[in-house]
Design a protein around this ligand. Structure first.
Ligand code: SF4
Ligand code: SF4
Ligand code: SF4
Ligand code: FES
Length: 952
């Protein structure tokens, strides 16, 4: 095909619109209603062009270029038409530019300037709408500025798949409207701000900074960085004016998310500059007075003047912290110290915490909140395949999965942008969706089948599905033969799970089992997606291994659109694991019990040869270079904290974690923390755990430092500093290094300073990454330079010229053959009885994050979800005489909370659902310390409770 645009001959074999063809050849055609991410609506007429021989001008965004066409993009007729279209727009668009938030970035303003069009004298002069007409706390709606381009309608329908916006009325009265003329939230708006991002005018804008932090385009800087909330790893631009963050805007080049963000990523940024931020180090007065903690009455710690906080300088705080840690190590032994690193912090910082624990202290007692969310995933997948991470990429799944099997993942609330990718695949590509979840989560609305198994019966369910696959002979025999082992043993076990037996255990109707198997076997490749509904059980590891069994049985491993896909929770929980923030592995999952590996790290870090025996405390001071890397696996967080009461742990150094909110059985956690000799907490806020701390070291938020995060799909991405550290806070990597140097300098003979990576005098995180590259094979080729250059890298990336690995296990599994594991249904640790007749399941909500430390300090998020709500089924509510205005008292064997009832059929009868975002009504006051025996993850998803209505 051949056609001419503005005299330029274009030859092509593809069918494309005139607009696409012109843009491909750098020929400018203006657009307004068109956006490349959205279906064209062809309504604004800004893109009109003249086609020789046609009486009427054609809209280039919706007209196909055809053979022999001769097109003129800037003829007099075209220019005149565009001017006229603009004039009509401006006639109904009062020129509010002087105070408009998006002035300078407004597409209508730009075009009016380009075409020198002013609002016509005959235009409508008044205002037709309230300038802030919707109560949504994030989105300012000013329809006076709307040009009816419909991009918002398309963005909500096609990106967010929510269909909140529509067009109402006709003629002059035509307007965009939320739902049937209602308000955004009532029309089920998720406040993602996609419509705002695509609006070309100021009709939809960010309400958070309106009238306070807004700025003209030329007054701001935009810094591209990575979201610090969830593991999806969206990128966006932080908008900075005069050293302050004043907003977040989409960055169309973001590798994972493009323009899409969720409500937390787009609007949950104001915690960064919250007045609660720790500005200076703090120590308890007794430390400055040189008193011993044991001599202080801790029962009344809040009133005891010796326990009051004193702000101090960095040298004082770090000297005390280093001295206390060193003394504890040298007198009580390295294993009396526990280190909690942070899934919120950079890879480089997590690497340093791992080095601090192992080189400086000499213990493997390092862990972090991955223990509480995906420890069972890491252990289960390592057992089945030899490595424990998401096998495929989100974009791959969105494009290629014929079926999504989502089990135990409330994806649209916990990984919202990936949730919308699934919705899009189902709605627009025809992919199938099975949701297996005791709750009717939002994704169920899009599902072909909702399997509502009883909590804690996943293995019975999965075995039941595999029984039917095997019975029908629909397993992938070739894959099983070539790529797996232990199949026969596994088969024998599974064949005990007849549909009737499974139905009795799980409560799932037999016909649903058959329907699920039909979907799974007829739509391949299928991806399995899970989160904490699978992992947070006493059988978490077995649950994960059974999902691996299912994917091997169906031959869905190592292929685009298939795989095992655990969705990691926090922004950098994958990275914190990758960097050795675990008690059994160095960075890159190199086992601490492997002599060769220990040797490698001992040599690099300037320690004498590794030892196969545990070192004694006295060895630290007696021998030159005598610190051996310990060969025993250290304690998990769920072991460290209880060990305080057994006098095994004397000191804790916690980076950015809040165990008082996040660990099970809050009362017991508090009791443990009350009894620890030394608690050093490094964080950005005085969190609930700070109450028990002796030293508070102020770290910084993601906006104040540079380095990398690794998202759930193993993608390493840059985090870039946008503003200076607030107050006297310091980047966490700097604090860890300062502490390490003080401890090392107090006994320099312990470490051979000439060893290549013995030292801690880092000037930036780039230097730390070089050390990671040298010692971590899977990260060997992932450098800041490559990432800054735009390389998109997922580990394993073993060399500087390696392109990274979007899909794992394509040719063979990390362990060689995939291992089928025979696993049995085991009932949950705590079942309902007469005294505690209901089941509590716990989790998070869309508007909050983790222990709520950040999101409770984001004011608009609090406006929309300002207190804990407990979901209760209408039938249970009726029995208790409860409606949506009532509060509930919920008690377990460990404690009780009060919270407002949300009467909803999202939860089945007999079950309630609570979150742990609010300290006064945290679900973890109720949960118990029941652990998976291998992964040591607690069973957060099941607690027996009694529920009462609190009289009004
Ligand atoms: S904020 Fe998101 S969900 Fe709400 S209307 Fe806009 S695009 Fe739709
Ligand atoms: S609100 Fe914005 S995106 Fe929506 S129709 Fe109006 S101008 Fe277009
Ligand atoms: S989906 Fe996750 S990473 Fe993306 S914006 Fe939301 S919280 Fe941030
Ligand atoms: S951009 Fe083509 S009609 Fe609006």
């Amino acid at each position: 095909m051949e056609f001419i645009i503005d005299g330029k001959t274009i030859k092509t074999t593809t069918t494309q619109t005139i607009l696409d063809a012109a843009r491909q050849h750098d020929i400018d055609i203006p657009t307004l209603c068109y956006h490349k991410d959205l279906s064209p609506s062809g309504n604004c007429r800004m893109c009109v062009v003249e086609v020789k021989g046609n009486r009427f001008l054609q809209a280039a965004c919706v007209t196909q270029a055809t053979d022999g066409m001769e097109i003129f993009t800037h003829s007099d007729k075209v220019i005149q038409s565009r001017k006229q279209s603009l004039e009509f727009m401006l006639a109904n668009h009062p020129a509010f530019c002087s105070t408009c938030d998006v002035s300078g970035e407004c597409e209508v303003q730009d075009l009016a300037y380009d075409y020198q069009v002013e609002p016509p004298v005959w235009g409508f002069k008044g205002t037709r709408y309230l300038p802030d007409s919707d109560p949504n706390p994030f989105i300012r709606v000013d329809l006076n500025k709307c040009i009816l381009c419909r991009r918002c309608v398309a963005a909500c329908a096609e990106i967010q798949v929510r269909n909140v916006w529509g067009i109402a009325q006709r003629g002059f009265a035509e307007e965009i409207s939320a739902g049937a003329g209602t308000q955004l939230l009532e029309a089920r708006c998720e406040s993602c701000g996609q419509c705002v991002a695509y609006c070309p005018t100021g009709a939809l804008s960010n309400k958070l900074n309106y009238g306070m932090g807004m700025a003209r385009a030329h007054q701001i800087r935009k810094i591209t960085t990575t979201c610090a909330y969830c593991g999806v790893g969206c990128q966006f631009d932080l908008v900075v004016r005069r050293g302050k963050i004043i907003g977040v805007t989409s960055n169309p080049d973001a590798p994972v998310n493009g323009m899409a963000l969720c409500v937390k990523g787009r609007y949950g940024y104001d915690y960064i500059q919250h007045p609660d931020r720790l500005m200076k180090p703090r120590v308890r007065r007794y430390l400055l007075d040189g008193d011993a903690k044991q001599e202080i009455n801790l029962k009344d710690r809040k009133k005891n003047p010796k326990m009051e906080w004193v702000e101090t300088d960095w040298d004082t705080a770090l000297d005390i912290a280093a001295d206390k840690l060193r003394t504890t190590r040298d007198t009580k032994g390295a294993d009396s110290i526990g280190i909690l690193t942070s899934a919120k912090c950079l890879n480089e910082e997590n690497y340093l915490m791992n080095k601090f624990a192992r080189q400086v202290i000499g213990t493997n007692n390092i862990d972090h909140c991955a223990r509480l969310c995906h420890a069972s995933t890491v252990a289960g997948l390592a057992s089945s395949f030899g490595s424990g991470a998401m096998s495929n990429s989100m974009d791959d799944l969105a494009r290629n999965s014929a079926l999504f099997f989502v089990i135990g993942s409330n994806t649209t609330e916990q990984h919202p942008v990936f949730g919308t990718m699934i919705r899009r695949a189902v709605r627009f590509r025809g992919a199938k969706l099975i949701v297996a979840d005791p709750r009717k989560i939002d994704l169920v609305e899009f599902a072909n089948l909702h399997i509502q198994q009883k909590p804690g019966t996943d293995i019975a369910l999965l075995n039941g599905l595999m029984y039917l696959i095997l019975e029908k002979g629909l397993e992938d025999k070739k894959f099983i033969k070539q790529r797996t082992e232990d199949f026969e043993d596994f088969k024998q076990g599974v064949m005990q799970y007849t549909p009737e037996k499974v139905s009795a255990i799980t409560g799932v109707p037999v016909e649903h089992l058959y329907q699920a198997v039909e979907l799974l076997t007829e739509h391949k490749p299928a991806s399995v997606i899970w989160a904490m509904g699978i992992t947070q059980h006493v059988v978490g590891v077995n649950n994960v291994m059974d999902l691996a069994n299912l994917q091997m049985l169906l031959g869905n491993m190592g292929v685009p659109g298939g795989g095992v896909n655990p969705l990691r929770g926090q922004n950098n929980v994958q990275g914190a694991c990758d960097m050795g923030g675990l008690p059994n592995v160095f960075p890159g999952y190199q086992a601490v019990q492997d002599d060769t590996i220990r040797e490698k790290f001992a040599t690099a870090w300037g320690l004498e040869k590794s030892s196969t025996t545990r070192m004694e405390a006295k060895d630290f001071v007696l021998q030159r270079f005598s610190v051996h890397l310990p060969d025993e696996i250290g304690m998990t967080v769920t072991e460290m904290i209880p060990s305080i009461l057994k006098d095994k742990i004397q000191a804790l150094y916690i980076l950015g974690e809040n165990p008082v909110m996040t660990d099970p059985d809050t009362t017991q956690v508090k009791k443990c923390l009350e009894n620890v000799d030394l608690l050093i907490l490094q964080d950005i806020f005085p969190t609930e755990t700070a109450e028990y701390a002796d030293i508070l070291l102020p770290g910084v938020s993601f906006a104040e430092k540079s380095g990398t995060f690794t998202n759930t799909e193993r993608r390493v991405q840059m985090v870039r500093q946008a503003i200076r550290p607030i107050g006297e806070a310091k980047p966490d990597w700097e604090i860890i290094a300062l502490l390490a140097m003080r401890i090392i300098n107090a006994a320099p003979e312990r470490i051979n300073a000439t060893a290549k990576y013995a030292n801690w005098n880092y000037e930036n995180t780039n230097q730390i990454m070089s050390e990671i590259n040298a010692l971590t094979p899977s990260y060997a080729g992932i450098t800041h330079e490559r990432l800054e250059k735009g390389d998109r890298l997922q580990w394993p990336c073993p060399a500087p010229d390696h392109p990274g690995t979007p899909i794992l296990h394509t040719k063979q599994f990390t362990r060689g053959l995939g291992r089928f594991a025979s696993v049995e249904h085991i009932p949950p640790a705590e079942l309902p009885n007469d005294e505690f007749p209901m089941l509590l399941s716990t989790g998070r909500v869309l508007y909050h994050w983790h222990g709520g430390e950040l999101t409770r300090r984001a004011k608009a998020l609090m406006k929309i979800y300002g207190e804990a709500l407990v979901e209760i089924n209408p039938l249970d509510a009726e029995k208790l005489g409860v409606n949506g205005n009532h509060r509930l008292r919920i008690a377990s064997r460990r404690g009780s909370i009060q919270a407002k009832a949300w009467v909803t059929d999202r939860v089945p009868q007999g079950m309630i659902y609570a979150n742990f975002h609010f300290p006064e009504s945290s679900a973890n006051i109720l949960t118990g310390h029941f652990l998976d025996p291998v992964a040591k993850i607690p069973e957060y998803k099941l607690t027996a409770v009694k529920v009462e209505s609190i009289p009004e």
